[in-house]
Design a protein around this ligand. Structure first.
Ligand SMILES: Nc1ncnc2c1ncn2[C@@H]1O[C@H](COP(=O)(O)OP(=O)(O)OP(=O)(O)O)[C@@H](O)[C@H]1O
Length: 251
């Protein structure tokens, strides 16, 4: 059974849905990414998984349990933690205090859990008494991920965790994402940069105009003409698809 299963989700902000009939699954211990052009509905879908938006159709299962109608603030207790792109740490609290807050949904010993999280994020242990607001943007994103891990989630949803980061810090964040998956968590990453998604993920979903355009193991998705798909001109089977083209349209 996949840790996360979303079936036929439609969702949005008003009467007409932004995301339409999207299905996706994310297995434990693997990285699944959602890629797509700007405005495709990736963040809207992530917010729907997190319970911030209520889907108008479909259902969301975590470890087989239907969480579709669970209020957003209780969803971490059901095994799904969400890290938004912005405002994802308490800036006036220390690193340690942020982690303590993140541990509230967990039933385990929070001190033990913090030591486990520090094993995945050793640099945060060194900075544990620093105010989160004094960390760099990249360190804040790592702290946000670590805070989400404190809840011992089965599934962690990361909305563009490397947005705005330097290439060097982007590599650090992806290394950490790999370590989170290595601990057995299902990781779902919204990623703007297709090249990065194809490099790091095992499964990829391509969302275009709010609908599921393609999905599958990374080896299969890498064969598609993603640049053409993003530009609305699917040229798969032509020779036009190159990784550098895909990369360049994402910057
Ligand atoms: N709070 C909101 N209220 C109304 N419409 C919104 C809101 N947030 C996003 N939208 C609209 O929903 C659509 C999808 O936005 P969304 O942020 O989900 O796309 P995305 O694929 O994550 O894009 P990006 O890669 O640019 O972040 C866009 O047309 C956007 O303008």
């Amino acid at each position: 059974m996949d840790a996360l299963t979303a079936e036929n989700i439609s969702s949005g902000y008003g009467r007409s849905p932004i995301v339409r009939d999207v299905s996706l699954s994310a297995p434990s211990g693997k990285i699944t990414t959602i890629v797509g052009p700007n405005g495709a509905g990736k963040s809207t879908f992530a917010k729907t998984l997190a319970g911030i938006l209520r889907p108008s159709t479909g259902r969301i299962l975590v470890n087989g349990v239907d969480i579709t109608r669970v209020p957003g603030h209780l969803i971490p207790r059901h095994g799904l933690s969400y890290v938004p792109q912005n405002d994802n740490v308490f800036r006036t609290l220390t690193v340690k205090e942020n982690l303590e807050v993140g541990g509230y949904p967990s039933k385990g010993d929070p001190r033990e859990r913090m030591l486990q999280v520090f094993r995945v994020f050793p640099d945060l242990q060194k900075a544990q008494d620093k105010k989160a607001g004094n960390l760099s943007g990249g360190q804040q994103n790592l702290l946000a991920m670590a805070r989400a891990l404190m809840a011992e989630p089965s599934v962690i949803v990361l909305d563009e965790p490397t947005a705005g980061l330097s290439p060097a810090y982007t590599d650090i964040v992806w290394t950490q994402i790999g370590r989170i998956a290595g601990e057995g968590t299902a990781v779902l990453v919204i990623e703007q940069n297709v090249e990065r998604a194809l490099t790091h993920a095992q499964f990829v979903h391509v969302l275009v105009a709010g609908t599921n355009h393609a999905h599958g193991p990374v080896e299969e998705i890498a064969k598609l003409d993603l640049a053409g798909i993003f530009l609305g001109q699917d040229r798969t089977n032509s020779s036009a698809s190159t990784t550098s083209t895909i990369s360049s349209i994402n910057h």
